[in-house]
Design a protein around this ligand. Structure first.
Ligand code: SAH
Ligand code: F3S
Length: 441
């Protein structure tokens, strides 16, 4: 009988990608199948996130719930992967002895070996090393589960923004080989992928080797767009500092590249940006936005914001609100600053109260929601070329599509053959986070 596997994922798209790879690997190499519930599983895997304190706390709550299942089923194995695993290592097993295996983002390909060794020896297994890109040579063959597919093109980050744990948990930047990525894209296109979403913590600093020289994300996009049946290309997450001129120009050359980019500014105050070690100032960021818009006027932008960075004054916060109003960001993410272990910001003195931070976050989020709703409302009456992604989760009589600017559109249709096609939809209504439309011939 096949063993059963259950994976729970916290955090970013990179973690979602990694979890999908773990599942493929254990199904292909170890004959596991997916369990329908946690109670049925032989192996429970938690892919963790440590970007903020709250995310990290969730890990131990989850292990506590799984411990109860293990009490009833002592053969069950619990494996903890991802960024908390990478950061805490064996401390996880010390604090939570029900855990059997700890592995990091760069050692997930070793999971079958770690599991087998635990089964054989009953010794706990810990491997949170950083073997450079080795994992891509050991993963299962790529699979397209739907029309839009993630492809990781680089790993890690060297930026060391003063607030961020990622360089510590995911290691240094390493880019995959250019041709390997294009081969993967071709295979995925053959399986029905229509949209390729390139992933990396700092994706625009991709430097994969191509014909003996370092290449660029712009070049990769141009080549991927030539692959038959690839209709759309997107990428996350970009750092404004490394958004080079060839990447700006590619918006003018490659229609498959979508008209939306996630470009985190974090703060609108030059003083805070410096303390964050972000390597750009507001003028540079605004200049980049206008250069992209000059080649693609319909471009929409989203961002991440941190409020309440140590010492952020009312004026600093006002500067952030000014930038938000100027750029008119679409759907964005915003967080209260959370001190993280082994980061330089964690030692900075901070005289802003928790209450004040919460209030700033609420003001900022209210404005972002207004802008995003306003953006949606402007689309009502227009005809949008959309890629049909699948059935709506809430209502199977509805299909879900995305506009070229990344807005979700729900429309009534019983024809699942439309999934994976580019179609024209007339927008008839705007809700705060999505649009409603009807098929337009
Ligand atoms: N590579 C991406 C960011 C990855 S982390 C980039 O360069 O922008 C995702 C987001 O989490 C960040 O953009 C930031 O807004 C937020 N974040 C990271 N560390 C944080 C911290 N210590 N406290 C609060 N938010 C944080
Ligand atoms: Fe983190 Fe800054 Fe890198 S936010 S992921 S250190 S670019």
């Amino acid at each position: 009988m096949k063993k059963k596997l259950f994976v729970k994922t916290h955090g970013c798209q990179m973690n979602e990608y990694d979890s999908a790879k773990m599942i493929d690997l254990l199904q292909e190499k170890e004959d596991f199948e997916l369990a329908e519930s946690e109670e049925q599983a032989d192996l429970l895997i938690l892919n963790t996130c440590s970007i903020r304190e709250k995310a990290q706390e969730r890990v131990f709550h989850q292990i506590g719930r799984w411990r109860k299942i293990k009490e009833k089923n002592p053969d069950l194995k619990i494996a903890i992967g991802g960024c908390v695993a990478s950061q805490e290592g064996e401390k996880i097993i010390k604090r939570a002895p029900s855990v059997d295996i700890v592995f990091g983002p760069q050692t997930l390909h070793k999971l079958p070996g770690l599991y087998n060794e635990k089964e054989r020896s009953n010794e706990n297994q810990i491997d949170i090393s950083f073997p450079k890109l080795e994992k891509f040579d050991h993963l299962a063959s790529p699979k397209a589960e739907g029309p839009s597919v993630f492809v990781s093109i680089m790993e890690g980050c060297n930026k060391y923004c003063s607030f961020c744990v990622v360089p510590k948990t995911r290691g240094h930047e390493v880019s995959r080989d250019f041709k390997d990525i294009l081969n993967e894209v071709s295979k995925l296109a053959d399986q029905g992928a229509r949209e390729i979403h390139f992933l990396g913590q700092n994706v625009n600093n991709f430097k994969g080797m191509h014909n003996g020289a370092k290449s660029s994300l712009a070049k990769l996009i141009e080549e991927a767009a030539k692959i038959e049946n690839i209709e759309r290309i997107r990428f996350t997450t970009s750092h404004p500092h490394e958004f080079k001129e060839d990447l700006v120009e590619v918006y003018g050359k490659v229609p498959e590249l979508v008209s939306h980019v996630h470009l985190p500014i974090q703060s609108g105050s030059d003083r805070i940006l410096k303390l964050m070690r972000r390597r750009y100032n507001v003028d540079k960021y605004m200049d980049l936005i206008s250069r992209i818009k000059s080649v693609r006027p319909e471009m929409s932008f989203s961002s991440d914001f941190i409020v309440g960075f140590p010492g952020e004054t009312k004026e600093d916060f006002k500067d952030t609100m000014d930038v938000i109003n100027e750029v008119q960001f679409d759907e964005s993410f915003s967080f209260i600053y959370s001190p993280r272990p082994n980061t330089t910001a964690a030692d900075m003195s901070d005289d802003v109260s928790r209450e004040e931070k919460k209030e700033r976050l609420s003001i900022l989020q209210t404005r972002l929601s207004q802008l995003s709703f306003g953006y949606s409302r402007k689309k009502v009456g227009s005809i949008q070329n959309c890629l049909v992604m699948g059935q709506s989760k809430r209502d199977p009589g509805q299909l879900q599509a995305r506009t070229i600017c990344n807005r979700v559109v729900n429309f009534s249709a019983n024809n699942v053959d439309l999934i994976g096609q580019l179609i024209n939809i007339q927008i008839i209504d705007a809700l705060p986070h999505c649009l409603r439309g009807t098929l337009h011939n």
